[in-house]
Each structure stands twice: as C-alpha cells, then as structure tokens.
Design a protein around this ligand. Structure first.
Ligand SMILES: [Zn+2]
Length: 147
C-alpha cells in the first residue's frame, strides 16, 4: 500500500523517530505536568518550554472518522478510512491515522496502534481494533451502545 509522507518539522521529527522505533510517547510539561500532542515547543497551558517524553500505551477510542473517496494523495487507493482517536492516556489529545480494520470503525471503539513501516525514514501510525479482553465493563463501545 502506498502512503502519504507527513512533513517532519523541528517539533514533530523526534516524535516520528520514536514511532520508527515503535515507541509511542507524548510530551509532558516540566512546569505543570500537562501532557500534549502533537509535539510543540512550549506548553499551551503554562507556556513553559521545558518538557520530556512520556511513553504511553498506544491505545485509545475512536472519536470519529472520515472516508476518503478522492485520491488526494497519488498512489493511495481509495476509498480509505482515516480515524481520529482519543488517546486513552491523555484524553485531551487526538491522533489521526489510517484505519486497519476489515470493517468500518464504531464510535467509542477501543483501538490500538498498528505500526506500518514504510522505509528507513518513515513508519506510520495506523489504528486497529483492540483485542477484546473479555471485560464488558471496560469496553466503551458496548457501554455507549446500551444507552
Ligand atoms: Zn505546562
């Protein structure tokens, strides 16, 4: 499968390098402790510039998604689904990625990162349905569907 190539910048390059090593992290502010994604130079909450990486579980819940029917990027077969995932470890942060399920995503569905290595420089973050752990109480999709 062909893939789009995200543009790396000063702030995002270290994040993509970590993804290349299959490490999933968010920035954590040294001033107030707020976690943030995507990477940026200073904390939007307290404007402190000092920060460090914090590794988090590469999982979250599906917030929404789009189905692309247009070949916005050459070489990418359409239609393809891009999901917006609310990170489990940092509920205020969202990560976008290609959907890797064999069916459409469901709202509130638990998902995990599926790393997709493109080449030396680039590994993408796709999302796939999380393994069902058999615990009904911790499955957000089932919880919301019973409302
Ligand atoms: Zn802060």
């Amino acid at each position: 499968m062909a893939a789009y190539r995200p543009a790396f910048d000063r702030d995002s390059r270290p994040w993509w390098e970590r993804v290349g090593r299959r490490e999933f992290a968010v920035q954590e502010c040294d001033g107030c402790g707020a976690a943030r994604f995507p990477a940026r130079a200073f904390c939007p909450a307290c404007r402190t510039e000092a920060w460090h990486w914090r590794e988090v579980e590469p999982e979250g819940v599906v917030e929404s998604w789009i189905v692309n029917h247009q070949p916005f990027m050459p070489g990418l077969a359409e239609p393809y689904v891009v999901v917006m995932v609310r990170l489990a470890a940092v509920p205020g942060c969202f990560v976008y990625g290609n959907w890797r399920g064999d069916r459409p995503p469901e709202p509130g569905e638990r998902v995990r990162v599926a790393y997709r290595r493109i080449d030396e420089e680039l590994t993408l973050v796709d999302w796939e349905p999380a393994e069902d752990d058999g615990n009904l109480d911790t499955h957000p999709a089932r919880r919301t569907s019973s409302r």
